[in-house]
Design a protein. Structure first.
Length: 400
């Protein structure tokens, strides 16, 4: 049964931009919901939030934080993500020209403000952070949208929809929502049951693999990634499954030839993505085969930043591949080539300060002194600055 805080959606007024209705489903998000709503209050004209059983006062926080904006708070019984998100969209339909969807542990930033004219049916908004991806989160309010899938649901419409990117918008996922850890167990149970009913659903296979990986069950994840990759389609999802098969093979200490073949198979599926190439480069550099490492690292010189939607590992393209070239050239005794490669690195806001510090040390060393250990000699009792920097970088890099 709904609890209507305002019965009048916006309308009949002159707006400098399209009207926006916030659409959310929440449960026990008292610790994070204020941060989310504070990032939205100047963007939205109306809101429809569906609570699925909060017991921590989330509802009161919503009413207080959005007291100056008309909207509706509904209390719903939980079924699954597809059902409950679809229900929230049904309630929000017609309340504004566009509907904005967001989770409680996320925040929105707009630079500049929302455009005065929007024409697409749905706009993809990119997520900030080490992993770059985009989702259709701003959608027209007069279309009968729905979500399909028991979890990791996807947006669907009764007619073909037009999609576009919204470059001025960014979402940051803070990964601290109240139901985050319960979600993994719930997803595994829901997806396992769904696959029993629909054993050929490749999307369910993929996200069951993702869920097993997220809780550290790599062996179970591997089996489902293999099944998803075997589906044989050319989607980003199938490519990512093949890439994860290779990563899990490496993490399980499989023979290098097995790991290499898996990474190359993943790369062959989508040559515009360099994530499978970086581990190959790193392996050959760590094993002293610097020319081989440089051969694979050179791929990034002719590969632009991907225009994909799914799970782009930003650091691979912004600095890690080029940095591998720097290290290899230095280890081979070519500080001039190393410095040239280093100068090509363009750091974005998501490069950690510790990595920036290491790069600064490398730049200072390369610009002021000759190579300390030509031909890869790293066996000195007192390792030179680059060896220290290299080991520091290995320690700093965390799995994506």
């Amino acid at each position: 049964m709904g609890i209507a805080d305002s019965e009048r959606p916006p309308g009949g007024e002159s707006h400098q931009r399209p009207t926006v209705c916030l659409v959310m489903i929440v449960r026990n998000e008292a610790e994070v919901i204020s941060r989310c709503l504070d990032s939205l209050v100047d963007v939205i004209d109306y809101w429809v939030i569906c609570d699925t059983g909060s017991t921590d006062g989330t509802q009161s926080i919503i009413r207080n934080r959005l007291a100056g904006v008309p909207g509706e708070l509904h209390e719903d019984t939980w079924c699954d993500f597809g059902h409950n998100r679809s229900l929230s969209l049904t309630r929000a339909r017609g309340k504004a020209e566009y509907l904005l969807m967001i989770n409680a542990d996320e925040t929105l930033s707009l630079h500049p403000a929302l455009p005065q004219r929007l024409t697409a049916d749905a706009y993809l908004i990119r997520f900030e952070g080490p992993t770059d991806y985009a989702l259709p989160l701003l959608i027209r309010g007069d279309i009968e949208w729905c979500f399909k899938g028991v979890t990791h649901e996807y947006l669907d419409s009764p007619r073909p929809a037009t999609y576009a990117h919204l470059p001025s918008a960014r979402i940051r996922h803070h990964f601290d929502g109240g139901m985050r850890w319960a979600k993994y167990d719930r997803d595994i149970r829901a997806l396992t049951q769904a696959l029993e009913e629909d054993p050929t659903n490749s999307r369910y296979m993929f996200y069951l693999a993702q869920s097993f990986r997220d809780v550290g069950l790599g062996y179970q994840a591997l089996g489902w990634y293999q099944k998803r990759a075997a589906a044989g389609d050319g989607t980003e999802e199938a490519w990512y499954a093949a890439y994860q098969v290779a990563r899990l093979a490496e993490e399980s200490a499989a023979p290098w030839v097995t790991v290499l073949e898996a990474y190359l198979r993943a790369f062959a599926r989508r040559p515009s993505r360099l994530e499978p190439i970086l581990p190959i480069v790193r392996h050959y550099r760590q094993s002293g085969q610097y020319d081989l490492a440089l051969f694979f690292a050179s791929f990034h010189e002719r590969t632009p930043y991907p225009d994909d939607i799914l799970f782009i590992e930003r650091s691979v393209y912004t600095y890690e591949m080029a940095l591998e070239q720097v290290l290899c050239y230095e280890l081979l005794g070519h500080p001039d080539l190393a410095f040239t490669a280093l100068e090509r690195i363009r750091l974005d806001d998501w490069v950690p300060a510790t990595v920036r510090g290491v790069l600064t040390k490398l730049r200072e060393r390369l610009s002021s002194s000759p190579c300390p250990y030509p031909h890869g000699r790293e066996d000195q009792e007192s390792p030179p600055p680059l060896a220290c920097s290299l080991r520091e970088l290995e320690t700093l890099r965390s799995p994506s």
